[in-house]
Design a protein around this ligand. Sequence first.
Ligand SMILES: *Cc1c(COP(=O)(O)O)cnc(C)c1O
Length: 428
Amino acid sequence: MLDHPDLQRLAKAAPFLWLNGGYQQTQSKGSELSLADMQAAEQRLQRFAPLLQQLFPELSEAKGLIESALLPAPKMQQQLASSSAFSGTLLIKADHQLPVAGSIKARGGIYEVLCFAEALALEQGLLSAGDNYGCLLEPAAKKRFSEYQVSVGSTGNLGLSIGLMAAALGFKASVHMSVEAKAWKKQRLRQHGVEVIEHSDDYSRAVAAGRQIAADDPKAYFVDDENSRRLFLGYSVAALRLQRQLQAQGIRVDAEHPLMVYLPCGVGGAPGGICFGLKQLFGDFVHCFFAEPTQAPCMLLGMASEFKDDLSVYDLGLSIHTEADGLAVGQASAFVGGLMQPLLSGIYTVSDAQMFKDLKRLYQSEGHKIEPSAAAGFSGPDRLLNSPAGASYLEAQQLQHCIAGATHLVWTTGGSLVPDAVYRAWLD
Ligand SMILES: *Cc1c(COP(=O)(O)O)cnc(C)c1O
């Protein structure tokens, strides 16, 4: 397997765009998850909205919905167009400003904690159908929740999202952090009463350790980032919300106006859930590309090798080391990879140097502060519009004639909680 040309290319750690040979233009509907599952997830979030609004004052304007803006980015578009040919319109989906957890992880992580809380509360008679979920904040419910432990393995942001939400509901919360996790994320969790267990190993090992500890405890619930359908569906709700935002802003998505979406990818749940959701809603009119660090291209490795031989990026001689801590993953989720096989257009790799360049360009042009992981998306339009692989994709999908009418949507996945000193050091 390691002599496969795509893998040899990955091992060189030079940025490139890989096209997914499994991509299918009108997919068969035989997936294990459906639009109805997404809608059910959205309704669950709606039921919890009053509770979330009570817990987090920052959600009051949005009435308890955790959502980010869809923003124009004309100055960043100029920046992109000044370094290489650009056509179409650049937009930003600003998850770096997502309330409560400051990253895309707020979508899936918080959703999964709410799923667990709802099921437990119904089972224990703390809640009946039709109740205002605010009742879960009363002392009796909190006391019961405090007997249970919610845990997760994380490179940082998922731990923040799960830990903060679980602790706010009264659960004991513990986060197994991989060696890449940033000190300020651990500190913030501890301040909120979350137990942080530090591992000297990478992300996959931190997850395995957390999974093992929780398996031995009947009152422990482990959020399994590598296999979780709940996380995946929580992320997918973003697609329904984006659809409304596009409509409200009069942005067309159709045969003449394709939507090209660029999503930073770690283990795969967040970008996978969103890609899945967008494909349910927009079908062939949306084209999703994942972005990964050159030193940690785990989803590209998994999909190109069809998840055979249990390969990790170390097997390619790569280090996994990247300042994009949210993407520092050695092995992607095979569950997500399987779902992506007919849906995903391609994956491109990005050097840390390029991420920092785009982090800075975005700050100087639009004033947004994002973390390095979140900057990986901005290489996407150039890769699609100015590489031989990109040209062959546009040709195969018959998009050349309408690419000027395309919307390039870069998903900025994290950053608003980053301390100023840390951000300034990145700018320098
Ligand atoms: C986790 C993360 C991602 C990727 O999500 P996965 O579910 O791990 O693929 C992207 N950006 C940021 C900032 C993240 O924290």
